[in-house]
Write a protein that binds this ligand. Structure first.
Ligand code: FAD
Length: 359
């Protein structure tokens, strides 16, 4: 069969692209080297409210978590909420299977257990949705990611004493330099405990587990598995597309440099690429690479904050800052507004917290 689009990678970005393109009537092939969707997950799988709503993720695959508990290095806490806002912990393997079914139902052809082979591509467009170390990017002469966090987490059942309506986020300049540690009260009573730090450092999960054992009861906990991977945090690659090739999701560097959340942007970028290609092929629209370059978020403010974070914030400073109104305002804009201070709502929330304290 002659395909219009050959998508490499059946992750969030690739499957979103496949579903949207097939719905527009294009002939779509998706390949992935995994044997099945949902195999060997590397992500915590937390989804922001906006993504869950836009993609109509079935509620049976998620559980809502309504607030954040932020811990300073000495384990002082700050609770953050935002009226009507929540995050969704997911049954991530089941979510990937659902996304794959949706893409197939729309008419896309999915082939698992197939690694990318440049010489096998005959489609009119190739979309690199193949993650942070994209081979499509290299082969097609597109931009590649250069700055990463390394994340690792373990899934446990039997963790006790955890407030399961909060994401527990740990600031710790030694264990999680450049990022945070976390406990996510996940799906089906499983707690996901992990941390990330700036590449090429290696996150010390054992040390972090020792630390969290002072606030939760791990005596009956049993480890069910691990998830780990690279998170690109240098912002969008350049060029993101050229000619008949383009990148989406992590391959394109479309991860929030500060929160390191990439699922929402992966889904959105897959959707945008699909429509840009469909508009070009079906409606004589402008070159897809130009549309994609134009619609790419730049993350300018978040990249500036990342540069500060990367230099290393002393633990004493985190301890002192945690109780200040300014820190609380900033944390709220990072956690509850996925576009941060690039959104009007983010600024409103910041001003409100600074002037009146948290509502
Ligand atoms: C530890 C960790 C925790 C995270 N937690 C969160 C979170 O809670 N929320 C959030 O929003 N983001 C999170 N992220 C980031 C998020 O997981 C990614 O941004 C997101 O998965 C990107 O989706 P993607 O489709 O672009 O890439 P991926 O999900 O990486 O999918 C790429 C696909 O391409 C396939 N592939 C790669 N190379 C080839 C090849 N040569 N041939 C064929 N197939 C190939 C892979 O098998 C894979 O299926 C986390 C990341 C890590 C590492």
């Amino acid at each position: 069969m002659n395909y219009d689009i050959h998508i490499v990678g059946a992750g969030f970005a690739g499957l979103a692209c496949a579903r949207a393109a097939a719905r527009r009537g294009l002939r779509v092939l998706v390949i992935d080297r995994k044997r099945s969707p949902g195999e060997r997950m590397h992500t915590t799988g937390l989804v922001v409210k906006e993504a869950a709503e836009r993609w109509e993720i079935p509620s049976a695959l998620t559980r809502r978590v309504h607030g954040i508990r932020l811990y300073s290095p000495s384990l002082r806490t700050l609770d953050l909420t935002s009226a009507g806002y929540y995050f969704l912990a997911t049954d991530t393997p089941a979510l990937m299977r659902w996304l794959a079914r949706e893409a197939a139902r729309a008419g896309a052809h999915l082939r698992f257990g197939h690694a990318y082979d440049a010489s096998a591509i005959t489609a009119r467009y190739v979309v690199g949705a193949d993650g942070p170390r994209s081979r499509v990017a290299r082969d097609c002469g597109l931009g590649t990611n250069r700055e990463f966090l390394v994340g690792v987490e373990a899934e446990y059942e039997g963790v006790r004493g955890l407030d399961d309506d909060r994401l527990h986020c740990f600031l710790d300049g030694k264990l999680a330099r450049g990022y945070i540690g976390w406990i996510v009260p996940g799906y089906n009573g499983v707690a996901q405990i992990g941390l990330a730090c700036r590449h090429p450092r290696k996150p010390d999960l054992r040390a972090f587990l020792r630390k969290v054992a002072s606030i939760v009861d791990m005596s009956q906990a049993r480890c069910l598995g691990h998830r780990a991977g690279l998170i690109p945090v240098g912002g969008p690659v350049s060029p993101i597309g050229a000619g008949n090739a383009m990148l989406v999701g992590d391959a394109a560097g479309l991860v929030s440099p500060l929160s390191a959340g990439g699922i929402h942007t992966a889904l959105e970028s897959g959707w945008t690429a699909a429509h840009a290609i469909a508009d070009h092929l079906l409606e004589d629209g402008e070159a897809p690479a130009a549309v994609i370059a134009r619609s790419t978020p730049r993350f300018a403010g978040k990249r500036a904050m990342r540069a500060l974070f990367d230099r290393g914030v002393p633990d004493a400073a985190f301890d002192a800052l945690l109780s200040t109104r300014a820190f609380s305002a900033l944390a709220r804009s990072v956690y509850f507004h996925h576009r941060g201070l690039a959104s009007a709502a983010g600024w409103r929330d910041l001003a409100h917290t600074l002037l009146r304290g948290q509502p």
